[in-house]
Ligand binder design. Structure first.
Ligand code: TDO
Length: 169
């Protein structure tokens, strides 16, 4: 696995090795060795999105439950949006977005960021690792229409869960 790019905030774009032969393909999605040698997986989550226009997030876990997440699509295309919500961070309130459109590329988001994504294609499957267990009591969120992130979206009228509609602006 190799780091293709480091984005502001310490976000890493990581490429997986891919092997192709007459049977199909083989891809290494995680390797405890470099560049992820300090990354301890607590959860692997597989998310199926039926339609384009679905928007999930933005979510984070508070305090000591803050997670680092490593996102990729297995099929389809998403626009991943992130916001640094750690007031002690040197990049506090930094926001950005990145389009993920191939399984070979993963985006590693450090602890202290809220993350969300919108689905740009029907039947889009997302796989992500987290280095912390799920603690719903520690969950925080940022409304997708918050001024610090609103300009990153491609969709004007997304499909959003009731929970996500109610995060503070
Ligand atoms: C995130 C999560 C959810 N769940 C359950 C709770 C609920 O019943 C169901 C769906 O949860 P949600 O609606 O929160 O799923 P979702 O909106 O897909 O949540 C995810 O959104 C993206 C943007 C992130 O950044 C992730 O960290 C995660 O928060 O799955 C778990 O059991 N473990 C988990 O780690």
């Amino acid at each position: 696995m190799k780091i293709l790019k480091e984005l502001p905030g310490g976000i890493l774009l990581i490429e997986s090795p891919r092997f192709q032969d007459e049977r199909g393909g083989f891809m290494k999605l995680f390797n405890h060795d470099t560049p992820l040698h300090k990354y301890a997986i607590a959860q692997v989550n597989y998310v199926q999105n039926r339609e384009s226009g679905i928007l999930r997030g933005l979510h984070f876990q508070k305090g000591g439950f803050a997670e680092s997440k490593f996102f990729r699509v297995l099929t389809g295309q998403i626009n991943l949006v992130y916001l640094d919500v750690n007031p002690e961070s040197t990049t506090y309130q930094l926001s950005g977005s990145y389009i993920l459109d191939q399984a070979q590329l993963g985006l590693l988001i450090p602890e202290g960021f809220a993350t969300g994504y919108e689905v740009l294609t029907p039947h889009t499957d997302v796989l992500y690792y987290s280095n912390k267990d799920y603690h719903p009591e520690a969950e925080g969120g940022v409304n997708w229409q918050h001024p610090l992130v609103v300009n990153h979206w491609k969709t004007n009228m997304p499909i959003v869960s009731e929970k996500d509609k109610n995060w503070p602006l």
